[in-house]
Ligand binder design. Structure first.
Ligand code: HPA
Length: 272
């Protein structure tokens, strides 16, 4: 058995000492959904700091914990505060929480994030369902010894974002009358924002939105057979599109403005 799988099993057993809750759906909260837990009937909480060997996020405002409970009767685990590659962890550590949620029973995962708009038809405040991604600019979380217990060495990535779940999100948006964009997300390492030249290159590659998370998580979840979907909140136009520098405050402000709609869309998706 690989060292990483042993480490994951240890984390799972620490969580299992605290709760026997079995989630069906995992939800990763990005900027803009930080308060989503108010929609959950929380049955158990496990702070990351109580899980030995678990990567603990260092970003201010990223309060790291797993929440277990029900959203509209659906048993869920919420990852409140994710771990980012730019904090300095290896990709295999960054995806530990996803793998653990899968090992705890979650069959589906909803990934959310804040992203910069590369597609010039987008506007800050738009919500974009992720239909595919480009992972080429960050290391694969599957590099290194394969975790055979979870999945195969050379996993297919033809449909990382489950077509049925994508259809569920489309229907949910329609029902709520929420305009929904769709597109391709690229993960960059961060923590710096991209250059205008990088954004132009991405646009040429067919990218619609850029961010610093999500893709590695989607790959790890896909590897272990979870059904994946993702929604980005476009918080700003990517570098070079507007004649103004990017700043984290703007990202947070827009995420904050959209949060109620974003929350409603996620809840409606979970209910369907
Ligand atoms: N680039 C990368 N990550 C981001 C951005 C961006 O423009 N906006 C929010 N997260």
């Amino acid at each position: 058995m690989s060292k990483m799988y042993e480490k994951l099993q240890k984390c799972v057993s620490i969580i299992r000492e605290k709760t026997d809750f079995v989630p069906e759906v995992a939800l990763v909260l990005g900027s803009g959904l930080g308060e989503y837990a108010r929609n959950m009937d929380v049955k158990a909480e496990v702070p990351y700091s109580e899980i030995e060997g678990f990567p603990v996020s260092t970003v201010a405002g990223h309060d790291g914990r797993f929440l277990f409970g029900y959203v509209e009767k659906v048993p869920m685990v919420i990852m409140k505060g994710r771990v980012h590659y730019y904090e300095g962890y290896d990709m295999t550590d960054v995806v530990m929480p996803i793998r653990i949620m899968g090992m705890l029973g979650a069959k589906k995962v909803i990934l959310t994030n804040a992203a910069g708009g590369v597609n010039q038809d987008f506007q800050p405040g738009d919500l974009m369902m992720i239909t595919d991604h480009i992972s080429t600019f960050v290391p694969s979380p599957l590099r290194g010894e394969n975790l055979d217990e979870l999945g195969t060495r050379f996993p297919d990535m033809s449909h990382v974002y489950d077509p049925e779940l994508c259809e569920v999100i489309r229907k949910a948006a329609k029902k709520l009358n929420v305009p929904l964009k769709e597109g391709i997300y690229v993960q960059c390492s961060g923590p710096n924002y991209e250059t205008p030249a990088e954004i132009r290159a991405f646009r040429g590659m067919g990218v619609d939105a850029v961010g610093m998370s999500t893709v590695c998580e989607a790959m790890a979840a896909n590897h272990m057979g979870m059904k994946v979907c993702g929604i980005s909140c476009i918080t700003n136009m990517a570098a070079g599109i507007l004649d103004q520098p990017l700043n984290h405050k703007e990202v947070q402000e827009v995420a904050d403005r959209v949060k109620t709609t974003f929350e409603r869309l996620v809840t409606e998706t979970v209910m369907q």
